[in-house]
Design a protein around this ligand. Sequence first.
Ligand code: SF4
Ligand code: SF4
Length: 222
Amino acid sequence: MIIAERKPLNEIIEMVTDAKRILVLGCRGCVTVCSAGGEREVEILASLIRLGKMKAGQQCEVIEATLVRQCDKEYVDSIDQWDGQYDAIVSMACGVGVNFIANLRPCDKVYPGVNTTAFGGSAEQGVWSEQCAGCGDCVLHRTGGLCPVARCAKSLMNGPCGGSVGGRCEIHQEVPCIWQSIHDRLERTGKKADMDRIAPIRDWSTAGHGGPRKTVRNDLTV
Ligand code: SF4
Ligand code: SF4
């Protein structure tokens, strides 16, 4: 899932300084699962904005709503029901949702209520860890299912770098050296010879450094 965390309140309050009617908009997708931008977080942020505005001596009405998803036109179009009732939207979806609203509602002011941090999963209660960087050319078949792009501090395609100590990454000692983990997994699964295969020079054009990427499924287009 996409992981996010709420922006600091003072940043959000500053974004909406001029707004007198604010639509705080959550999303029932990933941000609900990682407790950053679902119904509960909308309620909390809306209350904090009301209090912040009151303390600043500013009048403000806050509408609370949560869409099924903010990355689908079908649901974003339902914002029409609040037309004329707000002068700014604080989206608590990931950056995709904020972009979708900006694309579909050219005259609306839309602000991000969260910082989108990674693609990952729940590691333990209240902790999420990055697992994939969406590089567009997955190599997990060669690396025992562990991602060297997202999980190696240097995104090495032919690791390890030689700096790890006791199986920990030399850059971030709180995490395992993922290349050590890849080695151990390949060994355990009888695929250790894969470590000796030199990965070819990587074409990073699929990885988002050359502008926005698009995925087209001809079998689904009309
Ligand atoms: S290799 Fe690329 S697509 Fe595969 S998990 Fe890593 S970042 Fe994601
Ligand atoms: S110690 Fe391991 S995870 Fe850290 S940068 Fe080197 S190869 Fe990558």
